[in-house]
Design a protein around this ligand. Structure first.
Ligand code: AGP
Length: 611
């Protein structure tokens, strides 16, 4: 949560910081602020609400400084007020910091600092600013390092001090920080940000700070230190994403653009990872010997939210193709359970952002218990990607809308490839392997056919726009699709939605049905088709409106509903890759019709980096 951007160079810092905040706004958007060193003083402006409010407030101010930091907040400690917005000062307003994360022992530190300091906010960050101020004896980096030995919690931190107008110090533990390095062709500038998106228009060369590292950029030189204050050599890496990829490209919302990205990025997820002739997939990231792969007798997929629903699809694939017992665990539960994990357990942690705090904690727990732990992650260089002993990038490209769409389908794609890889080692035949791969190759074209129905889905969404509650049902591999459809709808349209396996209806939920309680049923042609059809007939008998996802050419559905979205036929295991696209569009159009803030729904943030 929260977005940080810092700049030090020869240009005016303010426009760079404001532009950077706009790129990072998806990380949190309840308040924002900026601080710039101006003639050896620090000038700070903050505002409640979106970056536009801050930009408005700043427009008549004069800022000419070349060093600054800025922050967009998602509140954890203290309400959404201007006072609580970052950056935060120490007492004498010479030291200023922005921070992402949580300082768990902030009360103890406050007590320790005692009456010597006056606190103006309710935030843990302000306490950290005062602690650094307290430890400052003329060297900002040393003050930061000393202070960090005294805190418990997580942080991405960037600090400035007016005594050192050409210095920025940053540190990380548990929250990401990327440093853009633009020192070619006479440029002499550095950017520090929560992710690469605000940096890409200036440079693609970056370093990723690791936990317990402190970065100092001073007098045009950059150095990284470990907690013992020893210099650490960091590699400069090149980011592949370009800036255009991070833009809306003519779509009204990032979410719609990302839904429409799916046929293209799906190809990126599978490219070069299979051999059709031999019906096999090979993801080098598994990083296990054949013997180790054979020894796996249990798979656990760990994730939150949408990623966990992708995991549920993966469970069907691992069990069906490889015959390995597989469970899906929600990260926040896994970390506090007593998981039965050993050196024959393979754990996949699934995360678009690669920064989800609960998933990261679960990863560490699984590693501690001796499992093979692999990541399935979108954001390159993210913490989860770096802390796992292998794994695979899903190559969905930047996903900026809070609601996850293309990361879901690409995660499912990668899990299917992993399941096939294990399956071909164990019990899946060449013919089945070949059939799955052929079906996977047809998915982009079939997704496009669903996207072409966007306007038709919009009409259905508009018809049901006044609905207060909706139930999604599916069976087998389409049960997680129903869960994902309900999550998508509720998070962006605020319509209450739940999901159940079709067979569960009679065990209680059917009591809810009435003429104003629509049911969204996923009834594609697969081995459970007849069962699902009976469930839909039961609903019809209770006169509840039904919206259907059905297979193209299934004319027998017409008597069940007026509102049917037809999707192309595919293999059962692959159906979620298509059916979910239809549900994403339904949720999107419902939210737009209701005038919701589609890309930044209330109370949510893209990357949940706190527990
Ligand atoms: C998806 O639409 C959600 N906003 C949310 O459930 C998300 O999938 C979850 O927080 C996990 O995020 P991650 O994939 O970045 O770990």
């Amino acid at each position: 949560m929260c977005g940080i951007i810092g700049y030090i160079g020869k240009k005016e810092a303010l426009p760079i910081l404001i532009k950077g905040l706009r790129r990072l706004e998806y990380r949190g958007y309840d308040s924002a602020g900026v601080a710039i060193i101006e003639d050896s003083n620090i000038k700070r402006i903050r505002s409640v609400g979106r970056i536009d409010n801050l930009a408005d407030k700043i427009k008549n101010e004069k800022f000419t400084g070349h060093v600054g930091i800025a922050h967009t907040r998602w509140a954890t400690h203290g309400g959404v007020t201007e006072e609580n917005a970052h950056p935060h000062f120490g007492c004498d307003e010479k030291l200023v910091i922005v921070h992402n994360g949580i300082i768990e022992n902030y009360r103890e530190i406050k007590e320790m600092l005692g009456n010597k300091h006056t606190f103006k906010t309710e935030t843990d960050t302000e306490i950290l600013a005062h602690l650094i101020e307290n430890n400052y004896t003329g060297d900002l980096r040393l003050a930061v390092e000393k202070s960090l030995t005294m805190v418990r919690g997580t942080y991405a931190l960037v600090a400035m001090h007016s005594d050192h107008p050409d210095t920025i110090v940053a540190a990380r533990l548990g929250s990401p920080l990327v440093v853009g390095v633009n020192t070619d062709n006479g440029h002499d500038e550095y950017f520090i940000a929560s992710d690469a998106s605000p940096i890409l228009s200036y440079t693609k060369k970056v370093i990723f700070l690791d936990d317990n590292e402190v970065l100092e950029i001073s007098g045009g030189k950059m150095n990284t230190f470990n907690i013992k204050d020893e210099i650490v050599q960091k590699n400069i890496e090149e980011i592949e994403w370009d800036e255009a990829e991070a833009q809306k490209q003519g779509f009204p919302h990032f979410m719609l653009k990302e839904i429409f990205d799916q046929p293209r990025v799906f190809v990126d997820a599978i490219r070069g990872r299979y051999d059709l002739k031999n019906g096999i997939s090979f993801l080098g990231g598994i990083n296990m010997t054949e013997e180790e792969m054979h020894s796996v007798n249990k798979i656990i997929l760990i994730a939150c939210g949408t990623a966990s629903y992708a995991g549920m699809v993966g469970k069907y694939a691992f069990e069906r193709l490889a015959g390995i017992p597989t469970t899906v665990e929600v990260s926040s539960e896994f970390r506090y359970s007593d998981p039965i994990v050993d050196d024959k357990t393979l754990v996949f942690v699934l995360s678009q952002s690669g920064e989800t705090a609960d998933t990261l904690a679960a990863l560490r727990e699984a590693k501690r218990k001796g499992a093979f732990v692999r990541g399935v992650v979108n954001v390159v260089g993210s913490t989860i990607a770096r802390e796992t002993d292998g794994g695979t990038y899903i190559h969905a490209g930047p996903e900026l809308a809070v609601a996850s769409t293309k990361a879901y389908t690409n995660t499912v794609a990668v899990l299917l490839l992993y399941a096939l890889q294990f399956g071909r080692l164990k019990r899946t035949s060449l013919a089945t392997g070949e059939r799955i791969l052929k079906a996977l190759l047809e998915i982009p074209e079939k997704m496009t056919k669903i996207l072409e129905q966007s306007d038709k889905i919009k009409v259905i969404a508009e018809k049901y726009k006044n609905t207060k509650n909706m139930m999604f049902i599916g069976r087998g591999v389409n049960y997680p699709v129903a869960l994902e459809g309900a999550l998508k709808l509720k998070e962006i349209s605020y319509v209450h939605a739940d999901a159940f396996p079709g067979g569960e209806l009679k065990h209680g939920h059917i009591a809810l049905l009435s003429t104003d309680f629509p049911i969204f049923a996923i009834m594609t042609k697969n081995q459970l088709y007849d069962k699902m059809r009976s469930n839909v007939e039961e609903i019809k008998a209770r006169k509840a409106p039904v919206i259907l996802i059905a297979t193209e050419g299934d004319v027998g559905t017409k008597d069940l509903s007026e509102d049917i979205i037809y999707v192309p036929e595919t293999m059962e295991l692959l159906e979620p890759l298509l059916n979910s696209v239809a549900l994403q569009l339904f949720a999107y159009h419902t939210a737009v019709t209701l005038g919701r803030d589609v890309d930044r729904p209330r109370n949510l943030a893209k990357s949940v980096t706190v527990e």
